[in-house]
Design a protein around this ligand. Structure first.
Ligand SMILES: Cc1cc2nc3c(=O)[nH]c(=O)nc-3n(C[C@H](O)[C@H](O)[C@H](O)COP(=O)(O)OP(=O)(O)OC[C@H]3O[C@@H](n4cnc5c(N)ncnc54)[C@H](O)[C@@H]3O)c2cc1C
Ligand code: SF4
Length: 565
């Protein structure tokens, strides 16, 4: 029996006694159904009333060899959006004296392990979700005290009027906030399963989403089963909420399958890549709550992006560079731009004498309002950055991700308790403060012959570092002997197209040097994929000129291990 299943059964048994539900003849536990209406999911999908239960049911023999566990709501991703949805659902259960079973699967080895963001945190959604957070030891305790905005040339700094209004906001580690939210969710009865990646969407015969499947574990590179083999598990949900963050792999499939962009004439999504380090700096230079954003150097005027420097507590500073992935010059290397940035005199003087304690990278949405797809599909909804609710001018998406999760939870609760439709989630969104905040952006494609290669300086090992050193600081780790999670749709494209036409941009845009062109025995350059280094940033899924790279979830628990991001 798989680890997930054993844990679920154990949790389920221990919670069974706490359920307020009454057992029906078939052994499942329904909660009260105030309206007594028939249930309608999304676009007209109706389900039998026994589904309205707070307990899980287990079955096997699905034909795939996988066990199947049934929940009321299955949530994919324990980020701010997924955890807010889970918490809100359970709060509503308490308020209405109903019991719904809610599970969250998370591909990181623990909650927060794959969460990278800066983060200047706007507490609006947290105030609504957990209003007593100040008394409950939330790791939100460094208020923003200064807010600067600079334009940089190579050697100089020009102060600009600050376009951000961060008064009332906090400098936090989002990784730590999600850990805290995970605890809050579990206290309310949410079942969280870190280390399990949802690799597949499950559909019924009418093409309605009925849950997700976690990947089989213990498969070797050649596809054979290892001694450690365990079947994945089918997590069936009356409703499934996708909260995978930016460029979610299941979310993208759903958006495309149900044409969710076409449904509301949304533009395609655009993206930026954020590369970040956390430094421990000299006490005398540390100003908890100080926030700095910069524009300009090292990026040229054609490349959209900028840096952030956030002073957290305990002498820690979160420093990063965000570069829009629509940059024109394929010779540009975001990792090297970031290393260069730290040599600016104003930044160097801050970091000198300090130490790097963590490295990471992640993409973020840049499309804004115009790129939001219709976020409801038959059987569920998309929340948070998977749907693109990031406020681009503010560079903030945590509060909107949380709010969208809460609204989806309210919609899901009304579906499961009153038989309404999940489409109310879209109505709730449009009436909420999220809707007012979002803006739009554009995208275009690079061609190498119009550009000249960029010479980057060698890393000095003090302020700037080579990729292997940085990777060590990301704690990234994958089981080596597993099928590649980075797949080429056409394996000939790297050598036939990417290298001759675009100078092999994947060898530069990937912040983990996963893609390397190395000569074969005849001296011909061939693409080598070092998948075990992957940081799950998703840049390759977005930036490949031919959209030839498909990022799929690796074995659960693999990937970065952020703790202070
Ligand atoms: C460099 C950078 C700086 C930022 N700065 C700020 C800032 O200062 N302020 C701010 O408000 N916002 C900021 N953001 C944006 C903010 O991080 C996001 O808006 C927010 O994290 C979105 O929350 P989410 O829950 O939608 O997704 P995420 O935070 O990405 O969480 C998604 C979770 O789902 C998991 N997951 C994904 N796919 C699967 C799967 N198939 N199976 C299981 N688990 C899965 C992931 O491991 C992750 O834990 C920044 C982002 C970046 C990249
Ligand atoms: S392989 Fe892709 S997802 Fe992984 S770190 Fe490189 S660009 Fe990011």
């Amino acid at each position: 029996m798989g680890r997930l299943l054993s844990r679920i059964i154990c949790i389920s048994r221990s919670r069974a006694s706490r359920s307020r539900s009454v057992s029906p003849p078939n052994g499942c536990s329904p909660f009260r159904n105030p309206g007594g209406l028939s249930r309608v999911w999304g676009s007209g999908l109706s389900r039998a009333p026994w589904f309205l239960s707070g307990a899980r049911t287990f079955s096997s023999g699905t034909g795939s060899g996988r066990e199947s566990i049934e929940y009321d709501v299955v949530i994919v991703g324990a980020g701010p959006a997924g955890l807010s949805a889970a918490i809100r659902l359970k709060q509503l259960c308490r308020e209405r004296d109903l019991d719904l079973s809610v599970c969250v699967v998370e591909k990181g080895a623990e909650v927060g392990a794959h969460i990278l963001s800066g983060n200047v945190f706007e507490p609006r959604a947290l105030n609504e979700l957990l209003p007593d957070w100040r008394n409950e030891e939330a790791p939100v305790d460094v208020p923003v005290l200064s807010d600067k905005f600079w334009y940089l040339t190579k050697d100089r700094t020009f102060a600009l009027p600050c376009p951000f209004n961060n008064r009332g906001n906090y400098v936090i580690s989002l990784s730590q906030l999600t850990r805290w939210m995970g605890v809050k969710a579990e206290e309310l009865g949410v079942e969280i399963y870190p280390g399990f990646a949802a690799g597949e969407v499950l559909y019924d015969s009418n093409d309605n989403v009925v849950g997700v499947g976690t990947n089989d574990m213990g498969i070797s590179k050649d596809g054979s089963k290892k001694e450690t083999f365990q079947h994945g598990v089918e997590l069936k949900g009356k409703l499934t909420l996708l909260a995978e963050g930016c460029r979610g792999s299941l979310s993208e499939k759903i958006i495309s399958k149900y044409n969710l962009r076409g449904k509301v004439q949304a533009q395609h999504q655009t993206y930026a890549l954020g590369i970040k380090e956390v430094w421990e700096i000299d006490e005398s230079k540390h100003e908890p709550g100080a926030v700095l954003h910069t524009l300009g150097w090292p990026l040229d005027h054609k490349t959209y992006g900028g840096s952030f420097v956030y002073h957290m507590k305990d002498r820690q500073v979160s420093i990063g560079l965000v570069i829009a992935l629509n940059y024109q010059n394929p010779y540009l290397n975001p990792y090297e731009e970031f290393q260069k940035f730290k040599h600016h005199p104003a930044i160097k003087s801050l970091l000198e004498g300090g130490t790097v304690i963590q490295y990471g990278a992640r993409t973020l949405n840049e499309g804004g309002f115009q790129s939001i797809p219709y976020p409801v599909f038959p059987g569920g909804a998309i929340v948070g950055c998977s749907a693109g609710f990031l406020n681009v001018p503010k560079i903030k998406g945590t509060h909107t991700a949380m709010k969208s999760g809460m609204l989806a939870a309210e919609a899901a609760f009304s579906v499961l308790s009153e038989g309404s439709s999940m489409v109310v989630y879209y109505d709730f969104l449009r009436k909420s403060w999220i809707w007012e905040e979002l803006k739009k952006a554009r995208n275009y494609r690079p061609v190498a012959k119009l550009h000249t290669p960029i010479e980057y300086p060698r890393a000095d090992g003090i302020l700037s570092f080579d990729v292997p050193t940085s990777l060590h600081r990301s704690n990234t780790n994958h089981e080596h002997d597993q099928p590649a999670h980075l797949q080429l749709r056409d394996p000939t494209i790297p050598e036939l197209v990417n290298l001759p036409e675009y100078a092999g941009p994947e060898s530069r845009y990937c912040p983990a040097r996963v893609y390397e062109y190395v000569p074969d025995e005849n001296g011909v350059l061939k693409l080598q994929i070092n998948a075990q280094n992957c940081l799950h940033c998703k840049a390759c899924d977005i930036k490949d000129p031919q959209q030839n790279i498909e990022w799929t979830v690796p074995e659960g628990g693999g990937g970065p291990g952020y703790s202070v991001m």
